[in-house]
Write a protein that binds this ligand. Sequence first.
Ligand SMILES: [Zn+2]
Length: 189
Amino acid sequence: MSSSLPSLLLYPQDPDYRPADTGTLIASLQDAGLIGESVDDLPGQRYAAGPSFLQHISFLGCSPAVEFEPEVPGSEQFCHAGILYSGHLQFRGGPQQVQVHCRQCRHRETDWAALIDAWRADPQNHRYICPECGAESHATDLNWRKTGAFAHLFIELYNIYPHEAVPTDGILKRLREATGVDWKYIYVR
Ligand SMILES: [Zn+2]
């Protein structure tokens, strides 16, 4: 499920990674205090921010005003988390601010939406051919900077604007320990 809220998304660097079950990861995130109780009046697997959220997610402003409670029940306009798991590889990015570059020559592909449409139509066989240097790439191998990513599993932290906050090394390490793979992050809005 995609959302129009600005988000910070954590994801495993290996696009082929799939968890044996998401329950173990969720328990680990709750144990770390990144996430708290499930939020039942929102669709999907949503969780309140946990008691140690601000220790794991570092806001860059001097005194950020982070809302951890919705003004009205059912509103999505507060800082909370979602666990998004799919058996099929997913792309997350955009709709604004997507930057994708060829890794050979750094050519920027401006029509990223068409590229993603073509990839979705045939993920196995799709190749991007760089109009500048001719290099052939899987969509997953292009440089999406911190604006797009492919994964089966995302941890979405809602209502965080691009570069407003970063995950600490500590929580990325904890995710690696919980899953056995390295984690990275992007911003979507
Ligand atoms: Zn190129």
